[in-house]
Design a protein around this ligand. Structure first.
Ligand SMILES: Nc1ncnc2c1ncn2[C@@H]1O[C@H](COP(=O)(O)OP(=O)(O)OP(=O)(O)O)[C@@H](O)[C@H]1O
Ligand SMILES: [Mg+2]
Length: 249
């Protein structure tokens, strides 16, 4: 299947629920029949695979180190070898695949390597309906261009002042990255009864996800959080969000 993938980036201050919500979005889209999905863990301290209940063997970062330095099997070009190794770094699961970006490179020049990885990513993307990107607040992999520009940028905030202030900071980063055509939406997570008196602009949040004891219970039981019941309040709120996102496609 070849189509243009719809890329949804999930950002926000640390610990606001980016990984939890990314994993819920993957599950919700699958339940809505909107698959296959590519889940991209673009946070160097990656744990999206745990939230989704799959194992990763290597990240693109560690694969790149190896694939560009070792000698290539006879009869294979480096480009073919990289394409082959890139595929190996992809985790295949039911309804979705997952790839972890890993650590950004050190000080050397990796432009060639990154160009190749971007090419592999762009080609891979064509196989999916949606790409869900769990990213850190600085959105480094987006600025690097490894992953295409997102169609939608969700900024996750808890109801506290620091989370809300980060919303403006991430909007500014989005502007500096040239994401004018990306539609940006705020999502409140762990909502109980109100938010701190911080102005986040005129726009109302696209979703309000409640504080949910099922999330904590899954964590305490070391169960993948995305496997909580689809009827639990937080999962249900994310399914409503997924329904709004799919009509933007
Ligand atoms: N709706 C919710 N109800 C209850 N607990 C939640 C909810 N959403 C997230 N949490 C909890 O908040 C914590 C942080 O969530 P998560 O790891 O998804 O955030 P993150 O933004 O990805 O963090 P990091 O910046 O470290 O990557 C976790 O312990 C998670 O279980
Ligand atoms: Mg996270």
């Amino acid at each position: 299947m070849h189509n243009t993938p719809f890329i949804i980036a999930v950002s926000g201050k640390g610990g606001t629920g980016k990984t939890t919500i990314s994993s819920f979005l993957v599950r919700s889209f699958i339940e809505l029949g909107e698959h296959p999905i590519l889940a991209v863990d673009a946070d160097p301290n990656s744990n999206l695979h745990e939230a989704l209940g799959v194992q990763i063997h290597e990240t693109l970062g560690s694969m790149r180190e190896e694939a560009f330095t070792r000698s290539i099997p006879p009869g294979m070009s480096r480009l073919d070898y990289i394409k082959y190794r890139f595929r190996q770094a992809l985790v295949e699961a039911d309804g979705f695949d997952l790839v972890a970006m890993g650590r950004p490179e050190g000080s050397g020049c990796y432009c060639f390597a990154n160009d190749l990885l971007s090419e592999c990513m762009q080609q891979l993307g064509l196989e999916y309906r949606f790409i869900i990107l769990d990213t850190e607040a600085g959105m480094e992999h987006i600025s690097r261009g490894t992953i295409g520009k997102p169609n939608v940028l969700l900024i996750i905030s808890d109801p506290g002042a620091r989370g809300l202030r980060t919303v403006a900071r991430i909007r500014a980063i989005a502007t500096s990255l040239g994401l004018e055509r990306t539609s940006i939406h705020v999502v409140f997570n762990r909502y109980k009864s109100g938010t701190a008196p911080i102005n986040i602009g005129k726009e109302t949040p696209i979703a309000i996800i409640p504080e949910d004891s099922a999330v904590e219970e899954a964590d305490l039981a070391a169960r993948p959080v995305s496997q909580i019941s689809p009827n639990s309040p937080s999962r249900n709120a994310v399914t409503q969000l997924a329904k709004k996102l799919r009509v933007m496609r």
